[in-house]
Design a protein. Structure first.
Length: 159
């Protein structure tokens, strides 16, 4: 638990000056696994619908994750609940031949990944939106996944 708090604190410290970030939030899985019944949701507000945005999925895993790839769905909904986008995401967390982990590691066996979900997306109106994630692996309990999250960046603001 201390590792998660330390990692979260470091992320906040280093991301404080990130002007293009509109929203970033992660959901930590307390028992270090992602149950198929857990479908994290992230609600954010768009104030400038004329701008273009990039949405990213964040994944934090340990070296004990038993597979090379991760399959998950994301769906983007507007404030009325209408589904605007829904896609299956397939990403490698480890090299399938060598087993070497991908992603950034700051603390031992923990790796962080950021996957582009939507690039240069233009929202139709200002207001609240929601993104929901659901894991689509062939097991109910996905060991080694510590957290998933969403990041929204405004592409009109220089990085």
């Amino acid at each position: 638990m201390r590792v998660v708090i330390l990692l979260s604190s470091l992320c906040l410290l280093f991301s404080g000056c990130d002007e293009s970030r509109v929203y970033e939030q992660n959901t930590d899985f307390q028992d270090r696994y992602w149950l198929i019944s857990e479908k994290p949701e992230f609600e954010f507000t768009i104030d400038k619908p004329a701008d273009r945005y990039t949405l990213y999925g964040n994944v934090r895993n340990t070296i004990s994750y038993p597979y090379a790839r991760l399959f998950f769905n994301y769906s983007l909904q507007d404030s009325t609940g209408a589904e605007l986008e829904k896609k299956l995401v397939t990403q490698y967390l480890f090299d399938s031949k060598t087993g070497e982990p991908f992603g950034n590691s700051g603390l031992g066996d923990i790796y962080d990944h950021r996957f582009e979900l939507l690039k240069d997306y233009q929202f139709k109106y200002r207001g609240k939106y929601k993104v929901k994630f659901e894991q689509l692996m062939r097991v109910d309990t996905l060991q080694g996944i510590l957290a998933v999250g969403l990041r929204v960046e405004n592409n009109s603001i220089p990085k």
